[in-house]
Design a protein. Structure first.
Length: 406
């Protein structure tokens, strides 16, 4: 099928990590479908009136990029965004390309995707990744946009069961099916031979996350200082953000400078190498959905310690790591200590196999292919509330065709 991917978050030259999971989804889809990406980005004081449009082949995908003006009045910003998207859609139509499916990522891309879908007759799918629903950050205009997008999309696909519950509470008539995140197993895979110990015998801990409050790095530093194994432990932090200076100062105050290293942002190939060198991955987040880094660690054969938030318990069990409560350095220290004492019990090959079968490109592409076939064909297996939403939100002629097919 021809799939137009419309992400709210997507890597840009000045933000190469932003929304990289959306690009991974698109690359997975491209294994079975004809995929075009239509990304957009708001600009506060641009050198253009409403929008500008660029195009390139990126990561093997035809990618159109709309940069649009963002006035203070947010509906006006969406109008500028949609104008650029319509011009991009016209360019595709001139090339003879018309989507069968418009696949949006994140609720705020949902309304433009619905317009594109209605104009082209394509089905509209909305994948949701945002932790703001669990954190009760959605209100006012955003809440209105989310409810409309969820209500009228042909399918809403949160990445975790936990997120699905929040979406269904907000939009009870939405058609919802969980579709998880994806991992590139060509990049994230275990070492060929069993890891040896670090030269100094220290256990190597790794965390990969933006240095922001919700990721809980402060709790991790406090936990590291309490470990019974300290100082025979090192910690590598990959990621950057607003709290970097504050976290470096905290590490100094705790006397952790000799064992804690801040590496900043790194390409996924470098992250994968670090994972193959590490003994344990740690994610101390206070909010999450279905973290890609935990899936990447699993694909690398690396056990994890993580906080039991969002969809994390849907990933981590006794065979893949240890869970602990969030915002509790003592509990985090105990979980790390337990996982380190069990290092020899984790099977790297088995972990990587689980990740490949559940989250690999082929697994996710196969899942989406089945969903697209159902949406574009005659099978509608979703829950009853979603069927009601479909029937109330579509025209009489479409419903007649659906009933005839059924």
């Amino acid at each position: 099928m021809r799939v137009l991917v419309v992400p709210k978050w997507y890597p840009w030259p000045d933000r190469p990590i932003l929304g990289s999971f959306c690009r991974e989804h698109a690359r997975a889809l491209a294994r079975r479908h004809d995929v075009v990406v239509l990304a957009s980005d708001a600009v506060t004081s641009p050198g253009f009136v409403a929008f500008e449009l660029g195009e390139a082949i990126e990561s093997g995908l035809r990618t159109l990029r709309v940069r649009y003006r963002r006035p203070r009045f947010r509906p006006a910003a969406m109008a500028c965004q949609l104008a650029g998207m319509l011009v991009a859609l016209g360019r595709l139509r001139l090339d003879g390309w018309r989507p069968d499916v418009v696949h949006a990522h994140v609720y705020s891309a949902g309304l433009p995707a619905l317009v594109l879908g209605r104009l082209t007759g394509a089905k509209v799918v909305l994948s949701e990744h945002y932790t703001g629903f669990q954190r009760e950050l959605i209100s006012g205009y955003d809440r209105f946009v989310a409810r409309i997008a969820f209500r009228y999309a042909d399918l809403v696909a949160p990445v975790s069961r936990d997120l699905a519950r929040h979406i269904q509470a907000l939009a009870p008539r939405a058609r919802v099916r969980v579709v998880e995140n994806v991992v590139d197993t060509d990049v994230f895979h275990p070492v060929q031979q069993r890891r040896g110990q670090a030269p100094d015998g220290a256990a190597r801990l790794l965390t990969v996350a933006a240095l922001v409050a919700k990721k809980g790095h402060a709790d991790l530093l406090e936990a590291l200082a309490r470990l019974p194994q300290y100082p025979k432990v090192t910690l590598d932090l990959i990621g950057d953000g607003e709290l970097r200076c504050e976290l470096q100062a905290r590490a100094r105050r705790l006397g952790l400078e000799p064992v804690v290293r801040f590496h900043g942002e790194r390409r996924k190939q470098e992250v994968a190498e670090r994972m193959r060198e590490a003994d344990l991955f740690v994610l101390p987040s206070r909010f999450e959905n279905l973290p890609c880094v935990l899936i990447e660690a699993m694909a690398s054969g690396l056990p994890s310690v993580a906080t039991a938030v969002g969809g994390v318990p849907e990933l981590i069990d006794g065979a893949s790591g240890v869970l602990c409560p969030p915002h509790d350095p003592g509990a985090l220290a105990a979980a790390i200590s337990t996982a380190l004492s069990r290092r020899g019990e984790y099977d790297a090959v088995a972990l990587a196999g689980r990740a490949r079968r559940r989250f690999g490109y082929e697994a996710i592409a196969r899942n989406w292919t089945q969903i697209y076939d159902e949406l574009c064909g005659t099978r509608w297996p979703c829950e009853r509330p979603g069927v009601l939403a479909f029937r109330r939100g579509t025209s009489h002629s479409v419903r007649r065709r659906w009933r005839a097919g059924r």
